[in-house]
Ligand binder design. Structure first.
Ligand code: ADP
Ligand code: MG
Length: 286
């Protein structure tokens, strides 16, 4: 199974939100990483045929997805960023409604709803109204609806938005669990959402894929450029003025500042660090 982006562009009036994107997805989890405004949601909406590109196409196994129409949409599960939840619906009613929109048979819907409510761990909430759900419960309900009908392609736009750290971890583990033999694309600006579950990461900046690859390959490019500076707290502004700065920690005597720098910060006491995806994000987007 392949899903290909072929030279996709999107104009909003005179503004170009996507600038000729091409990429090929095969089964696995992909992280589409970029700051707000990079074009992630625009791309997700085009892949799911909720928005028309200005030019270019999306192909599924070599076939144009727009011409496939409902045949393609049946392969697709989508969790959009802008959520239209129905606060008066119970979880069960919501899932039945979404299953009907997907054209699922009653028998298939019943089996799927049972399975998915269990998978997202909302058994106790099945007859409760969505309006009373916590943020994490809402996100899990939305992931469940995206998985109705066992779609081969799952598109999740900022799936952990608004969640507390514990809920984020739950959602991440859930995504890793459901990804087997599927193409899963997660748009996010939160690095840990995808750091350990993504097969490949696409870095999106101003409507362009500026880099892509396996997380460790991307991180290797920063090898020799990430340092931890140890200094007196009074030096902090000097450091932040001069370098791209990541995490800062401190103890009784010193501050420890993670910096990304093309050259060694010889003016401070420092040690070399192993680059991670957070460093890469700062390197490209800070
Ligand atoms: P992201 O999801 O990465 O935050 P979006 O795809 O939502 O990015 O937006 C990309 C850019 O396109 C932003 O600059 C945004 O303001 C602009 N944009 C998005 N939707 C519209 C629209 N309907 N009309 C005009 N500009 C838009
Ligand atoms: Mg978005």
């Amino acid at each position: 199974m392949t899903l290909s982006l072929c030279n996709l562009t999107k104009q909003y009036g005179t503004f170009t939100a996507l600038k000729g994107l091409s990429y090929e997805f095969t089964p696995g989890v992909y992280g589409l990483l970029g700051p707000n405004g990079a074009g992630k949601s625009t791309l997700m909406n085009i892949i799911t045929d909720n928005l028309k590109p200005s030019s270019g196409s999306v192909m599924y196994n070599g076939q144009d997805t727009v011409s496939m129409g409902s045949e393609f949409r049946r392969l697709l599960g989508f969790m959009p960023q802008q959520q239209g939840l129905y606060p008066g619906f119970t979880l069960e009613r919501f899932l039945w409604y979404m299953a009907a929109l997907k054209g699922m048979s009653k028998a298939q819907a019943k089996a799927d709803i049972e399975r998915l409510i269990g998978l997202v761990n909302l058994n106790d909430a099945r007859t409760k109204r969505l309006g009373g759900f916590s943020g994490g419960m809402k996100q899990r309900a939305l992931i469940a609806q995206a998985m109705l009908g066992s779609p081969e392609i799952i598109i999740l736009d900022e799936p952990t938005a608004g969640l507390d750290p514990k809920e984020r971890i739950r959602i991440r583990n859930l995504i890793a669990e459901i990804a087997f033999e599927k193409i899963v694309i997660i748009a996010t600006h939160v690095v840990p959402d995808i750091e350990f579950i993504a097969k490949e990461v696409l870095l999106l900046s101003h409507g362009e894929i500026i880099d892509s690859g396996k997380p460790y390959e991307l991180c290797e490019k920063l090898s020799g450029k990430v340092f931890e500076i140890k200094a007196d707290e009074s030096k902090l502004s000097k450091i932040t003025d001069k370098y791209k700065v990541g995490n800062i920690s401190k103890d009784m005597q010193n501050i420890y500042v993670r910096v990304i720098s093309d050259s060694e910060p010889t003016d401070f006491e420092h040690t070399l660090c192993k680059p991670d995806l957070e460093d890469l994000y700062l390197y490209y987007f800070d």
